[in-house]
Design a protein around this ligand. Structure first.
Ligand SMILES: [Zn+2]
Length: 103
C-alpha cells in the first residue's frame, strides 16, 4: 500500500514505532481540517510535518489530499488562461443589448 503513495516523506515516518514518538500525530479528522492550510503552505512547520506524516500513512486522507491538490492545479491553470478576447465581449454585449439588456 505504501508504495502507491507518491509523497516524499522523511525516512522516520515509515516505522510504526514512530507514531508514539510523534507528539502531534493527527487523526483523520484533524488532518483533513488542516488540508487546505497544508496545501496553501500556511501551517507552521510542526503541524505541516504532522499532516505530512498522516498523509504518508493514511491512504484515505491521501486520496482527499491528491484530489484537492489536482483541483487547485486545475484552478490555477484555468486562471492562467487568457480572458475572452475583446471582440467576444462585444458580441456578447451586443447580443444582450439586442435582448433588451442595459449594461
Ligand atoms: Zn487519515
Amino acid at each position: 500500500m505504501r508504495a502507491m503513495l507518491a509523497l516524499d516523506v522523511p525516512e522516520y515516518v515509515g516505522s510504526p514505532v514512530i507514531m508514539s514518538d510523534f507528539p502531534e500525530a493527527l487523526d483523520c479528522h484533524a488532518a483533513m481540517r488542516r488540508l487546505w492550510e497544508y496545501l496553501d503552505g500556511e501551517l507552521s512547520e510542526r503541524i505541516l510535518e504532522a499532516v505530512h506524516a498522516h498523509l504518508a500513512i493514511c491512504a484515505n486522507c491521501y486520496r482527499h489530499y491528491d484530489f484537492e491538490r489536482q483541483f487547485l492545479a486545475a484552478l490555477e491553470a484555468a486562471q492562467a488562461e487568457e480572458c475572452a478576447p475583446p471582440r467576444l465581449h462585444e458580441q456578447v454585449l451586443e447580443a444582450l443589448c439586442a435582448e433588451g439588456f442595459t449594461p
